[in-house]
Structures are given as structure tokens and as C-alpha cells.
Design a protein around this ligand. Structure first.
Ligand code: ADP
Ligand code: MG
Length: 696
């Protein structure tokens, strides 16, 4: 057994109480886990700064000098000790709010001290509050190195398990018990090719660094390793699945697609649409199950691509289904698809929770009389039995978990081909990784003639200026969306805002029809309200984010997003995508309060600056990190990351992908002697990770 898999209770000085805390709060139970508790930052105690050089932005600094004055100020809870400290280049105030007596006793004007702390500015002067303080003649002990700082939970800190004690445990484990040596996990070839330091060295440096230069190398090596095994895991899993998973093989596109293309298609597909259809077609000929993700910005025409894929299947006498996350969307897809194929011998049906003739549909479906079934989650229920399902399409994947996709697999004797469509643009490098089990196609072109939506950022106070503009648009015959955020935690307040907004619009635009749509309405009421907007009877729709995905009303030209600061970038982008679907110039108005954080301001500015979904996704990634990007949470990496960051280390993601591909293409089972360490590491990682089993 690998010694690193030893229980942390075997570390000298780590008792049962700390062990429980490590396990419960940090998911650390083995030597290996503890060694992968990497410092979140280092404080530099190798340098002594001069007081005259101190600036506003400095993190922790170390200064050396003498105290010249000291006085107690204030009384009671306000009481504090203020001392002036000088090193000959300047003076700085040092403050204590606790332990005043103890500090006073320590301070002797004749002694030289080393202070360590974070400078702050108050009233135009620098000060340091509660610095670490040591007499200069004793300070050598900690000076001269970078000190690692470790994250711990509040509970751990209260139990004395803080940065200092973790430093000690690390020393005990790594330097003493493991004698600073651990097994290498990467092959010599990779170490050489990518100029990586070995694992023992990297771990020693990351936990006990001497300088930044070495540290950089160690960090690089450990990030590389982490991402490399993620890629290796994904690719191995995929190769294995590919190998196993036979798929329905098609040898002709069939009569229906040809017929549709010649006679019924209402417009010329864009080059991107054509390319993606070709990619799908090549999957369908391969004899393996297709697992493909189509990423296409809102309005890029994913529905047409999906239809063409389904026509191949139906033309080959099999059935297809398409699943959407909401009833409204399913209904729209049903209507859209039906109208595309209205003159063709194809039967399309809709199945949702509120379908009335359900038993009839189920019967006909099982008898193979229905060609395309569109629906919601209702499709994955066990009662839904297809005669011969050839393809399942999932729209707006981020609403569906991996498990639900897996359920669709089981609906055919040979698993059906799976096509997932998402409008959440995910940067390519990230997509490769978070959707590791899917091949990715991108529709990176909008149908011709679209005018980019013009976006403006307004403060609530200026609402009245907006109304004149809205009136103008209404007079031109256009329609308007007004969207309010709805967050579970503040639900009742959000509903109040929504209904107030509804009343306000009714009042401000008396001569027009205003409708309201939200998730708490009964399905048929919601449907009726939606329908009145789709048909043009209602001119203004006030809604929550139920309209976020998919809704298609080309005549709508204005999207007003209320409290826009409460939405993430990708959500704003989705919402904005509801307009700009017709030939007219469309507008998006982001309403916010005036008090905004810098990050929010940046977010609004990005929306104003660009309509390119991929650029927005990149920006979102930079601002918030990948964990928060919609669509990436539940898709899940095979292993969690401790040091690498999918956003910041995008280039390394690419390198490691290439490295893993190369190795597997030469040695798919990792049997070469130089590769066996990697095979072992992979199986250890697999065994210790819970979400590995993804969708097989
Ligand atoms: P999304 O990718 O957001 O699902 P849709 O499939 O709803 O986009 O398409 C958006 C609109 O563009 C629809 O009205 C659709 O009919 C239209 N459309 C799709 N492809 C083309 C094309 N090649 N040329 C012109 N219009 C197109
Ligand atoms: Mg769509």
C-alpha cells in the first residue's frame, strides 16, 4: 500500500479531536490529503522594509526599529495603546486594543524590535494594528523565509488548529515521518519534457519555501500534476466508455432530411450550422454512441440543427425526443418543430406534466406511431416507453443533471445517441474539461441580418427618462420585456417588487396591455399570459426569470432588466438574448441602484461593451472563477482541484490535455514501466473521489 494513504491519526501530535475536525471540515483523512492542503498564501519574512517606503497597497511587512513614545488613549471599550515606532527613515503608529498591560511590559525604549503586520492608513497616516513583535536579537528564528498560511474553519481555529499548528504538523509529517520523500507520480518523460521538479521537492518547497523562485517551480509542478490527472481521468474514462458503448449505426441520412433540405427549409443554414450537422452525421455513422454538446449563443439557431439531426433518425425509421427544462420551453420547441415540418409526413407530439391525452400519447409512442416527442422531465419517467428511440436531445443542459441524461440512455435497447444543447457559452478550454465526457461542437455564427442589441446601464432614479423611449418603441409596434430577479431567499420581497413593477407599468402605459408571468402561477394561467405576449396581444410582459431560456418573440425589441446587479453575467447575457431576434434594432436596459461594488460596475460595463457570449463567459470566469459559472457546477470534474484554477491556468489546462492525449495514444492502458506510477496514482484518485462514476 502507498504510505500516503495512511490515516492522519498516525501523525505524531494529531489527536482524535483534530482528526475529526480535519475530516469533517476539510475532507482530509490521509497523509496524501494533508499534503495537498496547500498554503493559500505566504508572508514574506525575508525582507525588512523601511518605514519611508511603506505604501498603501502593501500586504504584510516587516520593519525593524525602536519605540519612542507610548500612551494609553480612551477609556472602557475604547481604550487602546498607541506607540510611535521609528527606524530612522520615518515614524509609524502602532496600536493595540487588547492585552495592553502585557504589551506595555514588553516594550523597552532601548531595545530594538522587529514588527510584522499589515500597514493601514487612517487620517492620512500609516499605522499597524496588533503586529507580531519580537526583540530584534531573538527575531532571527522566524526571519529569512516565507511563511505558509493555511486556511482553516472557524471551528478548527477555536480548537487551536490554526496556521501555526498546521505548519508544525506539516513539518512532523513531511520532514520527520516521511523523511522528505514521497513517490513520484509522473513519468520521467513528462518530468523532462515539461521541466518539472520532482514530487518530493515540490511538496517540500510548497510547505517550506525559501524563496519565490523555487516556489514558482513547485507551484507549477503541482498544478501540472493536478490538471494532468484530471485530463488523464477524463480521457481514460471516455476511451473506456467509447470502447464499450456501441451505438446505432446509420449509413444514409435518409429521405426526410434530404426532402426537408430541398423543399421545406425556410432559410439557408449558416456555415456554422452546416458544420455542426456534419459533425453529428459523422458521429451517427461511426457505430458508437454519440455524446455531443452543442454550444451556441442565444439565437444562433440550435433548434434547426437539432431538427436536422432528428430528421436523420426519423428518416431511418427510428424515434427521437427532445427534452426542455420548462413547460413553456417545451411548448415552444413543440410549436417550432411542428411548423418546420408541417408539410412533411412526420408526427410530433408534446408531453408535459399537464398534457391531457397522456395515455394516448404513451400508447402511440410505444407502438412507434410518434416520430418526435417533445417534453419536459416527464419524458424520463418510467412509463414513457419508446418503440425504438434513436436519439435524445436535451436542451439547456445546465438545468439537467448528469443522472437525468443517464436515464435517457436506458430508454433504448442500444443506447440512443445523445445531443445536449446549451446557450451558456463556456470557454473552449473549460468546456473540454467540465464536459469531458462529451464532444463539443460550437455554433459560432449568428444568422445573417441580426443587429447587435444596444445595451445601456441606467440607475433607478432615471426611470422616467426611459418611459419616453419605451413609448416610442411601442408606437413602432414593438414589444417590451421587464424582468425581475427572483431569489429563493428573498422570495416574498421579490414577488412584491414584481407585482409593484407590474402595477407601475400598467399605470404608466394605460393604453397598452401589460401581462405578468412568474413561477407561482398555475400552468394554464402562465401559459395564457405567455400566449398573449407571443401573439402580440400583450405589449409589455413583466416577468421573473422564467423567460430566461429559449422564449422566442422576434417582435420584442426591448429588454429591461430590473436590479441587474443581482444577476450573474451569463444570466444577463441569456436574458438579453430574448431580444434582437428580429430584423429591428433592439435594446437592453440594465437598471441598478447607484451604490454598486467595483465588480458589479465592471459586470455592467462588459454587458454594455460586448454582445459576444464567449467574451462575456471569459470575463465571468475572470471575475468569479469557474465554480460560479452556470453550467459548470454539477457537470463536475473527476477530482477536485486543490491548487490549479481552471480559469487562471487555462494554458496549463491545454498543455496537460495534450500531454494526456499523447500518453494515452501511445499507451492506452498505461502499462509501460515509465507510466505505471501514473496508472497507480489514477486509480488511487479514482477510488477516493465520489463523483467519479459520472454517467456510465
Ligand atoms: P437558439 O440557438 O437560441 O435556440 P433558435 O433555434 O431559437 O436559437 O433560433 C433563433 C431564431 O433564428 C429562430 O427564429 C430561427 O428560426 C432563426 N434561424 C435559425 N437559423 C437560421 C438561419 N440559418 N437563417 C435565418 N434564421 C435562422
Ligand atoms: Mg433554443
Amino acid at each position: 500500500m502507498d504510505i500516503l494513504q495512511t490515516d492522519i491519526k498516525n501523525i505524531l501530535g494529531l489527536g482524535p479531536k483534530w482528526r475529526t475536525l480535519f475530516m469533517e471540515d476539510m475532507d482530509i483523512s490521509t497523509f496524501d490529503d494533508l499534503l495537498q492542503l496547500y498554503p493559500y498564501k505566504y508572508v514574506d519574512r525575508s525582507r525588512i522594509f523601511q518605514i519611508c517606503d511603506i505604501t498603501n497597497e502593501m500586504p504584510f511587512i516587516q520593519i525593524c526599529g525602536r519605540f519612542v513614545t507610548m500612551q494609553t488613549l480612551g477609556t472602557g471599550r475604547q481604550q487602546r495603546l498607541s506607540a510611535m515606532f521609528t527606524d530612522g527613515t520615518g515614524q509609524i503608529e502602532v496600536l493595540w486594543f487588547q492585552g495592553l498591560n502585557y504589551v506595555q511590559r514588553q516594550i523597552n525604549y532601548n531595545d530594538e524590535f522587529v514588527l510584522f503586520g499589515k500597514p493601514s492608513v487612517f487620517g492620512g497616516r500609516f499605522s499597524i494594528v496588533h503586529p507580531e513583535m519580537e526583540r530584534a536579537d531573538r527575531a532571527q528564528i522566524s526571519a529569512g523565509s516565507l511563511q505558509p498560511m493555511y486556511n482553516t474553519s472557524e471551528r478548527m481555529k477555536r480548537a487551536g488548529l490554526n496556521t501555526k499548528s498546521i505548519q508544525k504538523l506539516m513539518n512532523q509529517l513531511f520532514n520527520i515521518q516521511l523523511q522528505a520523500t514521497v513517490n513520484e507520480t509522473l513519468s520521467y518523460r513528462i518530468l523532462n519534457e515539461y521541466h518539472l521538479v520532482n514530487r518530493s521537492t515540490a511538496l517540500r518547497i510548497i510547505h517550506f519555501p525559501q524563496n519565490y523562485k523555487d516556489l514558482e517551480k513547485a507551484v507549477f509542478r503541482l498544478k501540472f500534476e493536478e490538471l494532468f490527472f484530471v485530463q488523464l481521468g477524463i480521457l481514460r474514462n471516455r476511451n473506456i466508455n467509447r470502447h464499450k458503448q456501441a451505438g446505432i449505426k446509420f449509413s444514409e441520412v435518409g429521405p426526410l432530411l434530404t426532402d426537408f433540405y430541398k423543399k421545406h427549409i425556410p432559410f439557408e443554414p449558416t456555415n456554422a450550422q452546416k458544420r455542426v450537422v456534419r459533425e453529428i452525421w459523422s458521429d451517427l455513422q461511426s457505430g458508437h454512441q454519440m455524446n455531443r454538446l452543442i454550444q451556441g449563443d442565444v439565437g444562433s439557431g440550435k433548434t434547426l440543427v437539432a431538427l436536422m439531426a432528428m430528421l436523420i433518425v426519423v428518416g431511418n425509421k427510428l424515434q427521437a425526443c427532445m427534452m426542455a427544462p420548462t413547460e413553456i420551453l417545451a411548448t415552444q420547441h413543440y410549436e417550432g418543430l411542428s411548423s418546420f415540418v408541417k408539410d412533411m409526413p412526420i408526427r410530433v407530439e408534446l408531453l408535459t406534466g399537464s398534457t391531457k391525452k397522456k395515455s394516448l400519447i404513451l400508447k402511440d409512442l410505444a407502438e412507434g406511431k410518434i416520430d418526435i416527442l417533445v417534453g419536459t422531465h416527464a419524458l424520463i419517467e418510467d412509463t414513457v416507453i419508446f418503440a425504438h428511440l434513436g436519439m435524445a436531445i436535451v436542451d439547456e443542459q445546465h438545468r439537467f443533471g448528469v443522472q437525468q441524461r443517464a436515464k435517457l440512455w436506458k430508454k433504448g435497447i442500444i443506447p440512443p445517441h445523445i445531443l445536449v444543447m446549451t446557450a451558456t457559452p463556456i470557454p473552449r478550454t473549460l468546456a473540454m474539461t467540465v464536459y469531458g465526457d462529451l464532444d463539443v461542437s460550437v455554433i459560432d455564427e449568428l444568422p445573417p441580418g441580426r443587429k447587435p442589441v444596444r445595451t445601456e446601464h441606467y440607475f433607478h432614479q432615471k426611470r422616467n427618462n426611459l418611459n419616453a423611449f419605451l413609448r416610442q418603441q411601442l408606437q413602432l409596434g414593438r414589444q417590451i420585456y421587464v424582468v425581475y430577479p427572483l431569489i429563493e431567499e428573498s422570495e416574498s420581497l421579490d414577488y412584491k417588487n414584481l407585482t409593484e413593477g407590474f402595477e407601475y407599468m400598467k399605470d404608466a402605459f394605460k393604453e397598452y396591455n401589460v401581462c405578468m408571468v412568474h413561477g407561482k402561477m398555475k400552468a394554464d394561467e402562465k401559459e395564457a399570459a405567455m400566449q398573449s405576449f407571443v401573439s402580440g396581444q400583450a405589449h409589455i410582459m413583466v416577468a421573473t426569470t422564467v423567460i430566461e431560456v429559449g422564449v422566442n418573440v422576434p417582435n420584442a425589441s426591448v429588454m429591461i432588466i430590473e436590479s441587474a446587479e443581482r444577476f450573474g453575467l451569463s444570466q444577463l447575457h441569456q436574458l438579453r438574448g430574448r431580444v434582437g431576434r428580429g430584423a429591428d434594432q433592439s435594446f437592453c436596459v440594465l437598471m441598478t441602484s447607484e451604490k454598486l461594488s467595483n465588480e458589479t460596475r465592471q459586470r455592467m460595463q462588459i454587458m454594455v461593451d460586448t454582445t459576444d457570449g464567449f467574451r462575456i463567459a471569459e470575463a465571468d470566469l475572470q471575475l468569479r472563477g469557474p465554480g460560479n459559472i452556470e453550467g459548470t457546477q454539477q457537470s463536475g470534474l473527476p477530482f477536485s482541484l486543490h491548487i490549479a484554477d481552471l480559469a487562471k491556468d487555462a494554458r496549463l489546462v491545454q498543455y496537460t490535455r495534450e500531454a494526456a492525449e499523447k500518453i494515452l495514444s501511445e499507451d492506452p492502458l498505461l502499462q509501460a514501466p515509465d507510466n505505471q506510477g501514473m496508472a497507480q496514482r489514477l486509480s488511487i484518485l479514482k477510488a477516493s473521489s465520489i463523483n467519479w462514476s459520472s454517467i456510465s
